[in-house]
Design a protein around this ligand. Structure first.
Ligand code: HEM
Length: 404
C-alpha cells in the first residue's frame, strides 16, 4: 500500500528538524514501510510502547534475527571484537534476564547517587575553565567531557585517558546510522579492538586486586548462582561507554539549545533551580537524544491493521512518539512545567535504560551549574551545528555568548 507520505531521513533538513517528517508519518502513515531502511518505521506512541513492552514478539537479538538488514548487521558484529558476546541491550530473555539481574546488582541507583559530589566537582572545575564573558563552546567545555569523566570514574579507569575513551566511544556510536560506509565500519572495528585491549588489562588487574569500582563489582556480582564471564564483563563495559556517553552529551546539548530558544524557561529555572529535574524530563521528551530503537520481528503479527512478518525489522521512532497528540497535551510546546510526561526517551519494558538515574543526575548538576555560572547565556550568532546520526540526535557545536 502506498500512502503518498514521503519519508527520507537522509536529507539535511531531517537532521536539522526530524519532527516535520516524523509528524507527517505519524498522522498519515504510522506504520510506514521504508525501502531505504528496509524496515517498518513506527511513529505513534501506543504502537512504539507496545513494541517496547513485548520482547517476545519484538526481539533485540540481531544474532537470532532473520531478514537481509539483520544479516548485514550481524555480519558487522562478527567483524567486531566482542561483537558476538551478549549484552543486555542486544539480548532477549532468558539471556537478558540473567545478564540484567547480574548487572543490576553491580550498577545500582545507589552507586549512581553516590557519584553526585564527584559530578558536582567535575562540573565546577569544567565551568571554572570557561571565560567570565565572551564566547564558549558548551559541547567541548562541558557536554562532551562530563559524561566521559563520570563513566571512567564509575568503571574505575583513570580519567586522564578520557580523550582516548571519547575517541573510541564516538567511533562505536557512529555505527548507529544503521547503513554506514566502510570507513565508519573499519573505524568501529579498530576502536573496539583497542578498547577491548585497554579494558582487558583493567579486568586482569581487578581480578588480582578488587577495588571499589564497577568493574570489580561486575566481576563479583552474582545472581542465582550465575556470574558474568570475562568477555561479558568486557562487553558490558564497552556498552556502558557507548550507551552512556554520547546520549548524555546530547541531552546537555539539546537541552541547552532549548533553553536558549526559550529565554522565559531559562529565567524560570534561574529563579527556581528546583525546577531543573522536571525541565530535564521535558528536554528528554521534546528533543530525545535517542531517536529510534530497532527491533527484529520474531513471529508473524500485525500493528494497527498492518501485517508484519517474522524476520522483518522495525524501528520505533521515539522522536515521533514523544510528540504524539494522542498521548501529550500540546506536544509541540516546550513546557518545563509539564506534569503528565511519560516520554519514551529511556525506552520501556525490560530494556528500560539502566543508566537513567545517572543521566538524570548528570543533567541536573550540569544545568544547575550552567545557570549559576553566568548571569546571562545566549546562543552566539550561527552558534549551533547539528551532529548525530539517524538514531542519535545532538549538536556537534553550541557556541554560547556568556556573561551578562
Ligand atoms: C540521556 C541519556 C540517555 C538516554 C536518552 C538513554 C536511552 C536509552 C534507551 C532508549 C534505552 C533502551 C534501548 C532499547 O530498548 O533497545 C537504553 C538502554 C540502556 N542504557 Fe541508556 N540512555 C542514556 C544514558 C545512559 C547512561 C548514562 C548509561 C550508563 C552509564 C546507560 C546505559 C544503558 C544500558 C546498559 C542500556 C541497556 C539496558 C537493557 O537492555 O536492559 N544509558 N538507554
Amino acid at each position: 500500500m502506498t500512502t503518498g507520505v514521503v519519508f527520507n531521513p537522509f536529507v539535511p533538513s531531517f537532521r536539522a528538524n526530524p519532527y516535520l517528517q516524523l509528524g507527517r508519518l505519524r498522522e498519515g502513515d504510522p506504520v510506514h514501510r521504508s525501502q531505504a531502511l528496509q524496515a517498518w518505521v513506527l511513529t505513534r506512541y501506543d504502537d512504539c510502547l507496545r513494541v517496547m513492552k513485548d520482547a517476545e514478539t519484538f526481539s533485540s537479538d540481531v544474532m537470532q534475527a532473520g531478514g537481509a538488514l539483520a544479516a548485514a548487521l550481524r555480519e558487522q558484529r562478527r567483524e567486531t571484537p566482542l561483537g558476538e558476546t551478549r549484552t543486555v541491550l542486544g539480548s532477549d530473555p532468558p539471556v537478558h534476564t540473567r545478564l540484567r539481574s547480574i548487572v543490576n546488582r553491580a550498577f545500582t541507583p545507589r552507586r549512581a547517587a553516590a557519584l553526585r559530589p564527584h559530578i558536582e566537582d567535575v562540573t565546577a572545575s569544567l565551568l571554572a575553565q570557561a571565560p567570565d564573558s565572551g564566547e564558549w563552546d558548551l559541547m567541548k567545555g562541558l557536554a562532551q567531557p562530563l559524561p566521559v569523566i563520570v563513566i571512567a570514574e564509575l568503571l574505575g579507569v583513570p580519567s586522564e585517558d578520557r580523550e582516548q575513551f571519547r575517541h573510541w566511544s564516538n567511533a562505536l556510536a557512529a555505527t548507529t546510522n544503521l547503513l554506514q560506509d566502510a570507513a565508519t565500519r573499519q573505524g568501529a572495528v579498530a576502536a573496539a579492538q583497542e578498547l577491548r585491549g585497554y579494558l582487558e588489562a583493567v579486568v586482569v588487574e581487578r581480578v588480582a586486586a578488587p577495588r571499589d569500582d564497577l568493574i570489580s563489582a561486575l566481576l563479583e556480582a552474582e545472581a542465582d548462582g550465575a556470574r558474568l564471564s570475562r568477555d561479558e564483563v568486557l562487553a558490558f563495559a564497552v556498552l556502558l561507554l557507548v550507551a552512556g556517553n554520547e546520549t548524555t552529551t546530547n541531552l546537555i546539548g539539546n537541552g541547552t539549545l532549548l533553553l536558549a530558544e526559550h529565554p522565559e524557561a531559562m529565567q524560570a529555572l534561574r529563579d527556581d533551580p528546583e525546577g531543573v529535574p522536571n525541565a530535564v524530563e521535558e528536554m528528554l521528551r521534546y528533543d530525545s537524544p535517542v531517536q529510534g530503537l530497532v527491533r527484529f520481528v520474531a513471529r508473524d503479527t500485525e500493528i494497527a491493521g498492518q501485517a508484519i512478518k517474522k524476520g522483518d525489522v522495525l524501528i520505533c521512532m521515539i522522536g515521533g512518539a514523544n510528540r504524539d497528540p494522542r498521548q501529550f497535551t500540546e506536544p509541540e510546546r516546550f513546557d518545563i512545567a509539564r506534569v503528565e510526561n511519560r516520554h519514551l526517551s529511556f525506552g520501556q519494558g525490560i530494556h528500560f535504560c539502566l543508566g537513567a538515574p545517572l543521566a538524570r543526575l548528570e543533567a541536573d548538576v550540569a544545568f544547575r551549574g550552567l545557570l549559576a555560572r553566568w548571569p546571562g547565556i545566549r546562543l552566539a550568532e550561527g552558534g549551533a551545528e547539528r551532529g548525530g546520526t539517524f538514531l542519535l540526535r545532538g549538536p556537534s557545536r553550541v557556541t554560547l555568548a556568556v556573561g551578562r
